[in-house]
Design a protein around this ligand. Structure first.
Ligand code: NAP
Length: 305
């Protein structure tokens, strides 16, 4: 017979996995559903150096370790996308592409997706020289000229990773100052990565694969063409908030779910955790929010019973 759940967690990044583990440990019948594989965007982090207990760990390795631990407690359904959540009076129906599950509470931990630049050539050369993940694709560009677009933590980390595996790396940033944390900026400087300041990518050109980018130098007001074989986009993220929109959960002006300190949303028995709530997007924060969300669900369901 099909099981009903107390708690369903949508998304199995660090927040969702932690929420699943805390849910089961507090005694809730819990299920985690993930449209891709466990880990979310943290899988793409070349190195994580600020997750306590690990001096340096690859994002994928950390996600795998989390999955191994969490799976001892909770069932995780990977490669199953949640399409809709229907709200009933006491229960909710979580409808996925191949099943539906009844639950009393949900945690939305759907994370973020890569922001796109929106320039000519971006769609055409995606996967043929354009990548959003250096750890996934960097290997193909060893000894080749590549450019990283962006000025945040991710862009700097991607640039450092590419440099370390032997690519000829440039970084292009639209301002004269990086947003990345100071420590990363210093490491980038030490690594000798050339930075094109006050510059934007206007177009990506190529034949079968990327051959060059057209750069606009905002200070000098000139355009030039730079020969590169790889373009690594790292210009930030956007919330994956389709379910929140559909459920009419309150979001801020950037589309991130608004929660209180207990990770409660404006909807009863609907919680959010991790990058989908915006704020400090770090694995350690996502895990903490996942734990809090599951604990709040437990407390609220206890009061109902
Ligand atoms: P981010 O911090 O939002 O940085 C995005 C970068 O892309 C900014 O430098 C931004 O420029 C630039 N940008 C945005 N839109 C652009 C456009 N249309 N054209 C050109 N440039 C554009 O994003 P992120 O680096 O992906 O980081 C996301 C979050 O994860 C952050 O909270 C970050 O701290 C965290 N994170 C942390 C680490 C870590 O090691 N601690 C690693 C990765 C990510 P402006 O600076 O001009 O706005």
């Amino acid at each position: 017979m099909k099981k009903d759940y107390d708690l369903i967690v949508v998304g199995a990044g660090p927040a969702g996995m932690t929420a699943g583990m805390y849910g089961v440990r507090s005694g809730l019948e819990t299920l985690v559903v993930e449209k891709g594989i466990c880990g979310g965007l943290s899988n793409e982090a070349p190195e994580i150096e600020n997750y306590p207990g690990f001096k340096k760990v690859g994002g994928m390795e950390l996600a795998e370790k989390m999955k191994a631990q969490v799976s001892e407690y909770v069932e995780i359904k990977e490669l199953e996308e949640v399409k809709k959540i229907e709200l009933g009076e006491k229960e909710m129906m979580v409808i996925t592409e191949n099943d539906s599950y009844l639950t009393k509470a949900v945690i939305i931990s759907t994370g973020t997706k890569h922001r796109r630049l929106g320039v000519k050539g971006e769609d055409e050369f995606l996967g043929r020289g354009i990548s959003y993940c250096a750890t996934c694709d960097g290997f193909f560009f060893r000894d080749k000229p590549v450019i990283v677009v962006g000025g945040g933590d991710s862009a700097v980390r991607e640039a450092l990773y590419l440099k370390n595996i032997g690519c000829e790396v440039m970084l292009i940033h639209r301002r004269e100052k990086l947003r990345a944390e100071r420590y990363l900026q210093k490491t980038l400087e030490k690594a000798g990565v050339h930075i094109l300041w006050n510059s934007v990518v206007k177009e990506i050109k190529g034949d079968k694969t990327v051959r060059s980018i057209v750069r606009y130098d905002k200070e000098r007001e000139i355009e030039d063409e730079l020969l590169v074989e790889g373009v690594f986009m790292s210009i930030g993220e956007e919330p994956v908030n389709e379910l929140a929109v559909q459920m009419e959960i309150k979001m801020d002006k950037n589309g991130y779910i608004i929660t209180d300190k207990s990770q409660r949303t404006n909807l009863e028995r609907a919680y959010a955790a991790g990058d989908i709530t915006g704020g400090v997007k770090q694995v350690v924060v996502a895990c903490a929010e996942g734990a809090i969300a599951a604990t709040s669900a437990y407390n609220d369901l206890l009061e109902l019973s």
